[in-house]
Design a protein around this ligand. Sequence first.
Ligand code: ZN
Length: 275
Amino acid sequence: MTRREKKQPNPPGQCIFCGKRGKRSGEHVFPEWFSKIVPRTEERHHSIRANVVDHTVSPDIAFIRREGDIASRKLKAPCKECNQGWMSQIETASIPILTPMILGQPITLTAEVQQIIATWTTLKTLVIETDDPKSAAMRPQAAKQFYSDRKPFNDWKIWIGQYTGTTWSQGKRMIHNGAFLGPSQMASVKNFGQCERRNIQTTTICGGQLYIHVFSTTVPNTFYGFKGRLGDVLSLVHPYGGDISWPPKVSMTDGDAGQIALSLAAVVPTRGTAA
Ligand SMILES: [Zn+2]
């Protein structure tokens, strides 16, 4: 189903990080340096939002068509000061690490390097979530906490994989899924839109050969992970579980990429219902 949704950004003119009111500046999800490696060639792109109800991707999948390359998009979440200050420092620190990963060139990902990847990813995920307030599922204070700590959150999980498929041929994608995890009697498509706030989300960012998948939830004791083939093509960079050689031994197909991006449908609460 294609439909347009009213945009309801954060309080008008307020920076999601420092909270300062005033003019906000656009943050590229795919920054300028990225476009030097993977050129902007798309004439149009689609943002995809999939709702997940009762472990099933509901028919309420929204495709929002936008003109131009996805890398040209800017999200007006931060103020100019944040964007050109500490955010720019995070961007600069990540360039020498993300560049070889995007190109599939060898690099050893130590604990320190994985921390840089996870910090960059957390920043982008916080910004991406503002693009669709309806499916926002993080703690409302998450951006403010990141602003003061500048560290990935302890309760998030971030995986990487090497994408070598052909369907996502323009070399970049971003997919955000927000879901409501709760007692099954509440999880009907009819009631779904009335839930106050999503409480679980995944965000997938793919640039060149680098595929990043992020998970967070505000529901305690929720298990989310990958086994078998999907476990083989992904490596956890946050929390740190050991050094990683890049590129990995097993790369991802288009099937893997799509399945992981929509895998929120298979999330399992460890204790019955997770109300
Ligand atoms: Zn700010």
